[in-house]
Ligand binder design. Sequence first.
Ligand code: CUA
Length: 314
Amino acid sequence: MDWLRNWMMPPQGSAYAGEVDFVYMGIFWLCTVMFIGIAGAAAWFSWRYRFRPGRVTPHDTHNTKLEVIWTVLPLILCIGIFFWGLNGWFKYAVAPGDAMEVQVTAKKWLWQFEYPDGTRTVNEIHVPANKAVKFVMTSEDVIHDFFVPDMRVKHDIIPGRYTEVWFTPTVLGKHRFTCAEYCGKGHSDMHGDLSVDNDVDYAKFLETGGTEWEQYKDHMEQWGKIQYERNGCSTCHTVDGSKSKGPSWKGIWQKMEKLNNGTTVLVDEAYVRESMLYPQAKVVDGFEPIMPSFNNLLRDNQIKGLIAYIQSLQ
Ligand code: CUA
């Protein structure tokens, strides 16, 4: 009966999709058998005991044996289904300890995902195949619902609270995910693709920093402005020329800057890059050497964006 399951259900994309389907199809067949039995008996009795002139209906008040059977039998069935489902729920509810964690923020009307290394995507997920991945989810406004049919995963996302789902993707390629809780006008736009990648493709994805970057690669200074705010540059560097804990970024490009060792340096790409990765190498005169290193924290496209942003601040 696999053809029926394949026709009724989405493709199985995760390790426990088969298990979910097994319970689902089990209950489906049980319902089918019960429906045929009950509806069939009702039809048969209607015919068999239909009105006939002169027929007298026997007056039975009760039948203890029959009543016990039709009470106890369904009770046992229901308890059986309960434990069958509970067994699956336990697996669904608790992620394995070594699962990769992806932070999910749902808001009207898009999905944001953040990976352990800081990579961010919008409306697109990449996960490595055959490794458990856990989604820790919250909402910035109303209740949304993370639904990945192929993975047999669906869970509410609630503002001010964290909820979790996890699965082990087993089928390479794209799987749809969507919002399954009506959240306003753009509800039907809240969907995207989950790509299950092999290790090579997944590494490539992490290198470039995901799809958010794709949107900005032709607008490097905007990309740099986002990095400026997101990576905390703005806490020490102003962009309007006023003094803060570090030199302002306004108007410094291609200028000669005096350093605290008495020498001067040209503010060019090489110097700015060096200052992000090795901030203590050449400290501008009048400032404390307090900047943390961003070596291994900033990806190349982020550094390039920041440089483009500084260039734009003339
Ligand atoms: Cu978000 Cu519906």
